[in-house]
Design a protein around this ligand. Structure first.
Ligand SMILES: Cc1ncc(COP(=O)(O)O)c(C=O)c1O
Length: 413
């Protein structure tokens, strides 16, 4: 059968489940806020969302904010991290994990990831600690929690603040304990592609009441919960979400657990179907991980099993067959110009030598950018037949890989 990329019929013409998922629940929630006439950041729905989100993550405190980037920045500021401090972050993550550090005038220090989990490698973190290190931001990448057995004690023993960037990991658990609960604070995103969304939005969780107060105050113009509207005690800003966002997120939260279960079932089917397939590998399961929401399922591509076809050409061919795979990040964060041009440097840091990221090369982060392929979460929200179509598309491209490699049509690779 000829490849769709070369003019043949595609494996699949039906679209995969779209994102976001919404319905009567969301419509009603939005209408309720609309008719309340009380649209801003002090609508009742905000407290409701914070309470429900805190309960899901077994956190005593959850504070909403404008987005996941701001959540990281606020947590760092509330933890007192600033000028000249070093914060260890993974090199394979979204830029916000590291730029939030720069926004606080601190310095991100990139550490490598583990090959399978794509999360911070605890040994690399330990090796990156210097006398200026103040914090570690562990990303629960793709929804799979980072190794909290190692990172939490390491942070404790070295007197470092542990922050969990759980932007991908709503509802995930490590040894039955929900994420956002292991360090000083956790942060979440409700951006348009996240597991629950209001287009934008963020959340911070913490076990510490004083930290929660500082985070709330920072998002609310330096006010105090019991203080007056025009009483401002500390430097803050306006990082609130709106009533509309919070109401929408309450509705989205009601869908989350069922969606997580559906993705888990389809991901398990994918694992079974890939077991006999060469050239595409999933990370082994980790029994310590619970309720993996599968925000991003990462396949590792071995061109050797595809007649040397480059990864990006494989993705192009599979997409033409009707399966919208995407490549992982094009480069580790430290190759982005923003980390080379002095961004975020504070004048008073003149004494602190800037980090030089230009010659950094972290092998597992580089590898994941080279051979990783993502299946986005909403592709797993349908039936097992959707997974069978994925496998059929992979197999078809594999069968035709040699001719495709020779054809070189539309070579984006
Ligand atoms: C790992 C990670 N951290 C933080 C963020 C930032 O979240 P937001 O887009 O809500 O600012 C994202 C967003 O994609 C992310 O993937």
């Amino acid at each position: 059968m000829s490849l769709a990329l070369l003019g043949g019929a595609p494996v699949r013409t039906r679209p995969f489940p779209a994102w976001p998922v919404y319905g009567q629940l969301e419509e009603q929630a939005l209408a309720d806020v609309l008719h309340s006439g009380f649209w801003g950041g002090y609508n009742d729905s905000i407290q409701k969302l914070e309470q429900r989100f805190a309960a899901l993550h077994q956190a005593p405190h959850a504070i909403s904010c404008a987005n996941g980037t701001v959540a990281l920045e606020v947590v760092l500021r509330a933890c007192g991290i600033g000028c000249g401090d070093e914060v260890i972050v993974p090199a394979f993550t979204f830029v916000a994990t590291a730029t939030a550090v720069l926004l606080c005038h601190a310095q991100p220090v990139f550490a490598d990831i583990e090959r399978d989990s794509l999360n911070l490698d605890p040994a690399a973190v330990a090796a990156a600690i210097t006398p200026r290190t103040r914090a570690i931001i562990a990303v629960h990448f793709g929804g799979r929690p980072a190794d909290m057995d190692s990172l939490a004690p390491l942070a404790r023993q070295r007197g470092l603040t542990l922050i969990e960037d759980a932007a991908h990991a709503h509802g995930a658990r490590w040894r039955e304990r929900p994420v956002g609960n292991f360090g000083e604070a956790g942060t979440f995103s409700f951006q348009a592609f996240k597991l629950m969304t209001a287009g934008e939005g963020g959340m911070m969780t913490t076990n510490s009441a004083p930290l929660a107060e500082r985070m709330w105050s920072y998002c609310n113009q330096g006010r105090r919960l019991q203080g007056g509207w025009f009483e401002h005690f500390t430097l803050g800003s306006n990082y609130r979400i709106t009533g509309f966002q919070a109401a929408l997120l309450c509705a989205q939260l009601e869908r989350l657990e069922e969606q997580n279960r559906r993705r888990q079932a389809n991901a398990a089917h994918l694992r079974r179907r890939l077991a006999g397939f060469t050239g595409l590998r999933l990370a082994p399961e980790d029994p310590r991980v619970g309720n993996d929401p599968h925000y991003l399922v990462t396949l590792r591509y071995d061109a050797g099993a595809f007649a040397g076809l480059p990864r990006d050409r494989f993705i192009e061919a599979v997409r033409a067959e009707g399966v919208p795979l995407v490549a992982t990040y094009p480069r580790p964060l430290y190759h982005n110009p923003v980390f080379h041009n002095g961004a975020g440097r504070c004048h008073c840091t003149a004494r602190v030598p800037p980090q030089d990221y230009r010659h950094l090369s972290l092998p597992e982060s580089e590898r994941a950018c080279r051979d990783g392929i993502w299946i986005e979460h909403h592709l797993l929200l349908g039936e097992s037949g959707d997974v069978d179509d994925m496998i059929a598309a992979f197999a078809k491209v594999q069968e035709n890989a040699a001719s495709l490699a020779r054809a070189g049509v539309g070579s984006g690779a």
